[in-house]
Design a protein around this ligand. Structure first.
Ligand code: LR7
Ligand code: MN
Length: 502
C-alpha cells in the first residue's frame, strides 16, 4: 500500500514537472508554429473592416476607377516598373486580412487611454497604385482613429501628378507634390514641416501595418520623448505578396562600408530577455518606418537635407540620436509589413553609386570622427568624391554637444567587436595593418592576409604588439587616429579590453 502511494506521488511529481516544462515551452514557442497549436488556437488573423465601413474609409475616392486607371497591360513584364510583381499586388486589391504576427503576450498589454495623435508621413516616387493604397488603407483600418491626426503624402515628382490629387479625396489624407525630384530625405522633411501632430510616424509607400501597430510606439515616445522607436518589419514577398513574420531576435547593424544589415541580438542580451514584449535597443534603424516626437526631430536637426534621393540618412539619424542624448529601439509588439526589393525601380539623377557615396560620406565626415578611416578603407572609391559642405551639420553637432563616435562604439550597442585570431586582428573581412614600420605610424584597415607582415599582432598583457616592428597599438588621444608607439602596456591608451574567442 505504502509502495503504491509512494509510486503515485512519484508519478504525480514527474507529471507536475513535465507539465511545468510544457507550460514554459508553450510560453516561449513562436506563435507562428502551425503544427501543435492548430487544433486549439487557429492562427489569429487581422480582419478587414465590415463592408459598410469600407466606403467611408476612402471618402470621395472611387477605388475601382483609381486602381483600374493604371494597370498592367497584357504581355508587360510585371516586375519592370516596380521591381515587384505588380500583377499579384493588383490582384490582391486594397485590403486583405493578414496574420497577427506578434508574440501572443502582446495582445494582453494595455496602453494609455489618452495617447497623443500622430501625423503619418509617406513619401513616394512612382509607387504602384495598389501598394500605395494598401499602405494608406491598412493605416486607416488598423489604427484607432483618434490616433491618426492626418496622413501626409509627399509625391516626389512622380511622372503622373494625378495620383496625388486623387488620393487627397480620402478623409484625413493630404498630398503635397514636389515641383522637382528631391529624394526621400528632403521629401520627409517637407512632410514633417507641415505636420500638425506632436508625433511623427514615417512609413514607406509599400507597407501594410498590422494589429495594434501604433499604440506601443506612441506609448514609448509619450513616456520619453527622446526615444525613437520602430516596429519589427515583417516581409511582404515581392513575388506573391505573402505576408511573412520576421524574426523577433534581430536588431539593426552595419559594416564599415555603411551598408545596413540585420544582426542577431548579442547572446548575453538575449539570455537576459525574459519578457518577449520588451523593447530591443538597436544601434541603427532600417530607416523607413519609425515614430519620433516632432519637437525632438526638430531639436536634433531633422535630417541632413544635402543628402539626395536615397541612402545613408538612416545612419546619420541613428548616430545623431544616440550621440546627442536619445535612444533607438525596436518594439516587438508593433509589426509592419514591407515589400523588400532587390533593386531600385527608379533612376538616380546623379547615379546610384555616387549618390550613396555622397550621402554616406556626409554621415561619416560629420559623425564618425577617427572611425571614418575604417569607412574609407572599406569603401576606397569614396575617397575624393564630392560631398558638398558639411559646415552646417558640424555646427549642429557642436551646438547639441553630442558625444564622440567612440562613445557610441563603446557603449555596447554597436558593431561586431574586434577579434584577435593570431596573428590577425580582424573585423569581418578587414584586418588591422600598420602603414609603416616606424613609431608614430598610423594603422588602417585592409583585406585580411595572414602572410602580410604589416597585419601581424600578438597580445602583450592588455596591450597589442605588432610582431615585426615590436611597437604597440596606441589610441593616443580619444579623437586622434590610433598609431603604433613604443610599448608601455601599463598606459591606458595602450590597454585594450580582451575578448575571448572560442
Ligand atoms: O527619390 C525617391 N523619392 C522617394 O520619395 C526615392 C524613394 N522615395 C520613396 C519611396 O517611394 C519609398 O516610399 O522613399 C521610400 C523609400 O524608398 P525605397 O522603398 O526604395 O527604399 P528601401 O525600402 O529599399 O530602403 C530603406 O533604406 C532607405 C535608405 O535611404 C530608406 O531609409 C527607406 O525608408 C528604407 N526602408 C525601410 O526601412 C523599410 C524596411 C527595409 C529595410 C531594411
Ligand atoms: Mn521600401
Amino acid at each position: 500500500m505504502r509502495r503504491i502511494r509512494a509510486n503515485a506521488i512519484a508519478i504525480l511529481t514527474v507529471a507536475w514537472i513535465l507539465g511545468t516544462f510544457y507550460y514554459l515551452w508553450q510560453d516561449n514557442k513562436p506563435q507562428s508554429s502551425p503544427s501543435s497549436s492548430a487544433l486549439l488556437c487557429p492562427p489569429q488573423v487581422t480582419q478587414p473592416p465590415r463592408a459598410e465601413g469600407q466606403s467611408q474609409l476612402l471618402g470621395g475616392l472611387d477605388e475601382k476607377a483609381y486602381l483600374a486607371g493604371k494597370q498592367l497591360k497584357p504581355g508587360d513584364d510585371p516586375y519592370r516598373d516596380h521591381a515587384f510583381n505588380l500583377q499579384e499586388s493588383d490582384r490582391l486589391g486594397s485590403e486583405r486580412a493578414i496574420r497577427d504576427t506578434r508574440h501572443y503576450r502582446c495582445a494582453s498589454l494595455n496602453y494609455d487611454a489618452d495617447l497623443p495623435s500622430t501625423s503619418i508621413i509617406i513619401t513616394f516616387h512612382n509607387e504602384a497604385r495598389s501598394t500605395l493604397l494598401r499602405t494608406i488603407k491598412s493605416v486607416l483600418m488598423r489604427s484607432p482613429p483618434s490616433l491618426i491626426q492626418e496622413i501626409i503624402l509627399i509625391d516626389d515628382f512622380s511622372s503622373d501628378p494625378e495620383d496625388c490629387q486623387l488620393l487627397s479625396q480620402i478623409p484625413k489624407v493630404r498630398c503635397l507634390r514636389n515641383g522637382r525630384r528631391e529624394g526621400l530625405i528632403r521629401s520627409r522633411v517637407r512632410g514633417a514641416n507641415t505636420a500638425s501632430a506632436s508625433i511623427l510616424t514615417f512609413l514607406d509607400s509599400h507597407c501594410e501595418v498590422n494589429t495594434d501597430w501604433l499604440q506601443p510606439m506612441i506609448q514609448r515616445v509619450k513616456e520619453d520623448h527622446t526615444r525613437v522607436v520602430s516596429p519589427i518589419i515583417d516581409v511582404i514577398s515581392l513575388d506573391n505578396f505573402a505576408y511573412l513574420a520576421a524574426s523577433a531576435d534581430l536588431r539593426g547593424g552595419f559594416d564599415w562600408s555603411l551598408h545596413f544589415k540585420w544582426e542577431q541580438i548579442p547572446i548575453e542580451q538575449k539570455m537576459a530577455r525574459s519578457d518577449p514584449t520588451q523593447p530591443i535597443r538597436t544601434p541603427v534603424i532600417a530607416g523607413g518606418i519609425f515614430v519620433m516626437d516632432k519637437s525632438w526631430f526638430n531639436h536634433l536637426g531633422q535630417y541632413d537635407t544635402h543628402m539626395d534621393i536615397w541612402g545613408g540618412e538612416n545612419f546619420e539619424l541613428s548616430f545623431r540620436v544616440w550621440m546627442c542624448g536619445g535612444s533607438l529601439e525596436i518594439l516587438p509588439c508593433s509589426r509592419v509589413g514591407h515589400v523588400f526589393r532587390k533593386r531600385h525601380p527608379y533612376d538616380f539623377p546623379e547615379g546610384n553609386a555616387l549618390t550613396y557615396i555622397k550621402n554616406t560620406r556626409r554621415a561619416a565626415e560629420v559623425w564618425m570622427d577617427e572611425y571614418k578611416q575604417y569607412y574609407y578603407s572599406a569603401r576606397p572609391s569614396a575617397q575624393g568624391k564630392a560631398f558638398g559642405s558639411i559646415a552646417d551639420r558640424l555646427t549642429l553637432r557642436r551646438k547639441l554637444n553630442c558625444k564622440p563616435f567612440r562613445w557610441y562604439m563603446e557603449n555596447g550597442c554597436c558593431m561586431e567587436r574586434w577579434e584577435l585570431i593570431e596573428p590577425l586582428l580582424r573585423q569581418q573581412d578587414l584586418c588591422l595593418a600598420i602603414s609603416a614600420f616606424t613609431a608614430g605610424s598610423k594603422v588602417k584597415m585592409e583585406p585580411c592576409n595572414a602572410k602580410e607582415p604589416r597585419q601581424k599582432w600578438k597580445p602583450k598583457g592588455t596591450a597589442l604588439q605588432h610582431m615585426v616592428s615590436g611597437l604597440c597599438l596606441d589610441s593616443q588621444t580619444p579623437t586622434g587616429p590610433p598609431v603604433i608607439t613604443q610599448c608601455r602596456p601599463q598606459m591606458a591608451s595602450q590597454s585594450w579590453e580582451p575578448q575571448i574567442i572560442t
